[in-house]
Write a protein that binds this ligand. Structure first.
Ligand code: 6V0
Length: 333
């Protein structure tokens, strides 16, 4: 007798839970680390993978499917065609062109915009109610591009932004203070990457402000040392890339963390790339995306915190906003 004969196949309840579908566009290092973390954290019932390279894509899908015996049941599908993403609740874009040696950032950006013209309208058509989560770099500009190309309301277009920078920041501070990184409340905001702003004024450990006491007791926490820690956060990305060629695990966990807040309506606050016009003196008509602490839930961005910044922090944020705005003006979207 087949095993199934002994099983009761009649559903005991008519209340079937709505299934959650997440799509990951770009099955490279970053896309696969994200898919893997979503899988192990049981955040989706179905994951659709899309990449331009069919063999690599199928190989990646099979490799994950072969772990089925050790994981919560999740349907995994993949295709080079965007129709596989149909009906997604959340779509994560990690596809991106790589910088060719000697290529300018603007040229790379233009190639990525051309890529997004292919990807984003097709995604939006397949899943008109989805939340778009952009990871490809330069993430702040490409989140703006995705917003424009999708026609989605701004609350449903989010860039992973400085969520990763903030977790690197928390890690470095935790090491320094010999505490658990989860107890370190510290934000990096602004542009993801070189010009990110470390918000020292709100730093706390388990709710206790620590900056003042650190400055008093540790000479290493003086002004330049603080900038040194911010630099170390920025440089740590370059260090990983220099050593292993790309970054993957931390961005995988950091994006899966956002996925959990969004799809499970956690209303947690994350520094992610959102429309920053009107905040911290950024002109209302400068449509730039920058990371600010945003409350995330099932509807997307539920609110953006108007955090208190020092004059210097505000100046840095405005400077990034100005550069980003000038860059986006060149794109002609
Ligand atoms: P990768 O390993 O080259 O992966 C990119 C993937 O995109 C490849 O598998 C390509 O085949 C695929 N691809 C290219 N064109 C298309 C297309 N038209 N449709 C579908 N797939 C396509 O790069 P990696 O995974 O290392 O990085 C991906 C992106 O993430 C890059 O832009 C990184 O700079 C960016 N990161 C962003 C981070 C953040 O914090 N926001 C962190 C790390 C990396």
């Amino acid at each position: 007798r087949p095993v199934s004969d002994g099983m009761d196949s009649t559903p005991t309840s008519h209340h079937r839970r709505r299934l959650t579908k997440v799509s990951v566009i770009g099955a490279g290092n970053v896309g696969m680390a994200i898919a893997q973390t979503i899988l192990t954290r049981d955040l989706a019932d179905e994951i659709a993978l899309v990449d331009a390279l069919p063999d690599k894509l199928r190989g990646e899908m099979l490799d994950l499917q072969h772990a089925a015996a050790f994981l919560p049941r999740t349907r995994l599908v993949s295709d080079t065609d965007m129709s596989v993403t149909r009906g997604s609740d959340l779509a994560i874009v990690t596809a991106g062109a790589r910088q060719i040696p000697g290529e300018t950032r603007l040229n790379l950006l233009q190639r990525n915009v051309a890529l997004f013209r292919k990807i984003v309208p097709a995604l939006a058509e397949q899943s008109p109610d989805a939340i778009l989560l952009i990871v490809s770099n330069p993430v702040d500009v490409l989140t703006y591009v995705a917003w424009k190309l999708s026609g989605f309301p701004v609350r449903r277009v989010i860039g992973s932004g400085t969520n990763l920078d903030s977790s690197r920041f928390r890690f470095l501070l935790a090491e320094h203070l010999d505490v658990n990184a989860q107890d370190v409340n510290a934000y990096m905001v602004g542009e993801h990457g070189d010009s990110s702003v470390a918000v020292w004024s709100t730093l706390s450990v388990a709710g206790m402000p620590v900056l003042k006491s650190l400055q008093e007791s540790h000479s290493s926490f003086e002004e330049e040392a603080l900038e040194g820690i911010r630099r170390a956060v920025v440089d740590s990305a370059y260090e990983v890339i220099g050593l292993k060629g790309y970054t993957s695990w931390a961005i995988g966990y950091s994006v899966a963390n956002l996925v959990s807040s969004l799809l499970r309506d956690q209303r947690r606050i994350h520094p992610v790339s959102v429309l920053a016009a009107g905040f911290h003196g950024i002109p209302d008509d400068h449509e730039v995306f920058l990371s600010l602490p945003a409350r995330l839930g099932r509807a997307g961005v539920l609110g953006v915190a108007d955090m208190e910044l020092t004059d210097e922090e505000t100046r840095r944020l405005r400077r990034s906003a100005k550069t980003l705005w000038e860059n986006t003006q060149l794109l002609g979207l």
